[in-house]
Design a protein around this ligand. Structure first.
Ligand code: C2E
Ligand code: CA
Ligand code: CA
Ligand code: CA
Length: 276
């Protein structure tokens, strides 16, 4: 047993070494990826359920690796977060998304301007002075603050709520909207909303996935909608993959929705062509 244990340990240790090596390699490649043009943004439409029209889009980062093809954002964003690379990437993403949004809204002049929603990682929230960075990028790109939404995960604001609360207040004073992403997956849930000033919550897609079959998931989703509305904040449902989910969420008074049934994330040129 001892020998087996030892071999076992060696095996795992070697596997672990390999995982660490892959990570270091990925970090190295990711560092130059932006300058090599391997990173781009995809945009996923966000619909207003009552009106049945597109009101904005979420910016989602894509990495096309020359050898491995598309790398999952859940993997490389984590590497960027752990390595600190996100502190450089984050503002670039923000600037590119604001520029793109100005392009759409110029194309749509006359119609109600669309918002662009940008993900902000926990580390990015803590690095530098985000409200200042945001204000500078808005000034530089000419996007109106009202057309920028920032998506923060619950984990980004948990722990240091006083600091996070102050940051969020300052961000909202610049006129941008702040959304709590992946809502419902954290521990704090709704009680959190009393202390953290946000404009809305995005119900995590794990809740939406089963609302047509699982009465508990539907009850939870309906409760989130009701409580968010009683606090005066907006609700977005993500991961809407079926017409039935769309109809049910609309019936339950959910404000906005996004998901494959409404539209997949697409490159900016394709997104622009959706607007015509
Ligand atoms: P997220 O913010 O929760 O983004 C939504 C994810 O759900 C996206 O995955 C999107 O492609 C996917 N999705 C959209 N509709 C559906 C649907 O109907 N069904 C299913 N199953 N999935 C759907 P993606 O693009 O792989 O991104 C994964 C995560 O990576 C994002 O989750 C976000 O946390 C992170 N991420 C992506 N871009 C950025 C970025 O620019 N900055 C930061 N900090 N994080 C980002
Ligand atoms: Ca998001
Ligand atoms: Ca989400
Ligand atoms: Ca369930």
């Amino acid at each position: 047993a001892k020998v087996a244990g030892k071999n076992c340990y060696r095996f795992y240790s070697r596997a672990m070494d390999q995982a660490v090596e892959r990570r270091v390699q990925m970090e190295h490649e990711l560092r130059g990826a932006w300058d090599r043009g391997e990173l781009s943004l995809a945009y996923q439409p966000v619909f207003d359920l009552a009106e049945g029209t597109m009101v904005g889009a979420e910016a989602l980062l894509r990495w096309r690796h020359p050898k491995h093809g598309l790398v999952a954002p859940s993997v490389f964003i984590e590497v960027a977060e752990q390595s600190g690379l996100i502190e450089v990437l984050g503002p670039r993403v923000l600037r590119a998304a604001c520029r793109d949004a100005v392009r759409w809204n110029t194309r749509r002049s006359g119609d109600r301007p669309l918002f662009v929603s940008v993900n902000v990682s926990p580390r990015q929230l803590r690095s530098g002075d985000l409200p200042k960075v945001v204000a500078a990028i808005l000034a530089e790109t000419g996007l109106s603050a009202r057309q920028l939404h920032l998506e923060l995960t619950e984990t980004a604001v948990i722990g240091d709520e006083v600091h996070a609360g102050n940051l969020l207040s300052r961000l909202r004073q610049t006129g941008v909207k702040v959304w709590l992403d992946d809502f419902g997956t954290g521990f704090s849930g709704l009680s959190h909303l009393r202390r953290v000033p946000v404009d809305g919550v995005k119900i995590d897609r794990s809740f939406i996935a089963d609302i047509l079959r699982d009465p508990d998931d539907l009850a939870l989703t309906t409760a989130i909608i009701a409580m968010a509305h009683s606090l005066g904040i907006t609700v977005v449902a993500e991961g809407v993959e079926k017409e039935g989910q769309y109809a049910l969420l609309r019936e339950r008074g959910c404000d906005l929705a996004q998901g494959y049934w409404i539209g997949h994330p697409v490159a900016v040129d394709e997104f622009l062509s959706l607007l015509d």
